[in-house]
Design a protein around this ligand. Sequence first.
Ligand SMILES: NC(=O)c1ccc[n+]([C@@H]2O[C@H](COP(=O)([O-])OP(=O)(O)OC[C@H]3O[C@@H](n4cnc5c(N)ncnc54)[C@H](OP(=O)(O)O)[C@@H]3O)[C@@H](O)[C@H]2O)c1
Length: 303
Amino acid sequence: MPRLRIGLIGWGTVGSALGELIESGPLPLELESVAVRDAARERSRALPDGVRIGLPEGVDVVVELAGGVDGPLGWARETLATGLPYVTANKALLASHGDELSRLAGANRGALLASASVGGGTPMIEMVEHLAATGQIESLRGIVNATTTYILSAMGEGRSYADALRAAQEAGYAEADPSFDVEGRDAAQKLAILASVAWGRWRGESEVDSSGIVGVAVQPGETIRLVAQATRERMTVEPIQLQTSSPLAAVAGVESILEVVVAGATFRISGPGAGGRATAGAVYADLARLVAGERPILFGGAS
Ligand SMILES: NC(=O)c1ccc[n+]([C@@H]2O[C@H](COP(=O)([O-])OP(=O)(O)OC[C@H]3O[C@@H](n4cnc5c(N)ncnc54)[C@H](OP(=O)(O)O)[C@@H]3O)[C@@H](O)[C@H]2O)c1
């Protein structure tokens, strides 16, 4: 079987872990090129030997693990316009331009895959896709942002917001600028992607009513979490007090959880929502579908 030539953009936490998987995993894949911002920078995982460093050219699939919207939007348009598959973990891109990109993929017989954009290594999009087939999904509910779980659970143990945020930053759960997570944008983007798949109509981040956790009060012993919820009509991301018996209350660390209610039955999935190796595993699973000859288009039925 000919090897699928990969043009990878990004050699950071996820990209470098994917590079290792491409080398050690079972699929017939070849890393043709790797693009980074600064090729001279010292890195914990060195850039691969014998691989061209630069943006993809002459490849079979482009994998974007860089982040941001402006650069990726141009790369995605260019890739999909030529009918090549585009694989990404970029929730911000999909929650802002997912409809345009899926139409472009459809018009050019390309493919758009993004398993890792929601739930990190946990196949949440796949579960929703599967359950959406009957057209009977009633609601989605989940916890999809680890930074806020860390902060809110520390506050439930008696810490102030400022203390809990500092601890989250020291533990690597929060960025130096935490606003994207604590204002609920990360969760809102993920929810918009899941809801688009669930109900067959693309919905962007701007359609989510989101309040984040800044200024929220948590009494010691309370279990408050940033909960993302959607029905066909409404998407919300807000701090909610949970019963300790709720499966959502048990989520800790980088874990994410999603519940999908279909015709009165609840389906539930949880697993690592972040981390290089786990997230790269989801990207690798997307590549497995391409190797098998599938050409899936995320939101293909939803644009
Ligand atoms: N980390 C996670 O656990 C996780 C989980 C789920 C989804 N994601 C998503 O996965 C994507 C990557 O995340 P990450 O954590 O791996 O990011 P990261 O560690 O910051 O790595 C980003 C990589 O992209 C490169 N890059 C950035 N802008 C570029 C540009 N304009 N041209 C070429 N290369 C560029 C960077 O180059 P330099 O190395 O030279 O700076 C770096 O190698 C993001 O969309 C993120 O939301 C991440």
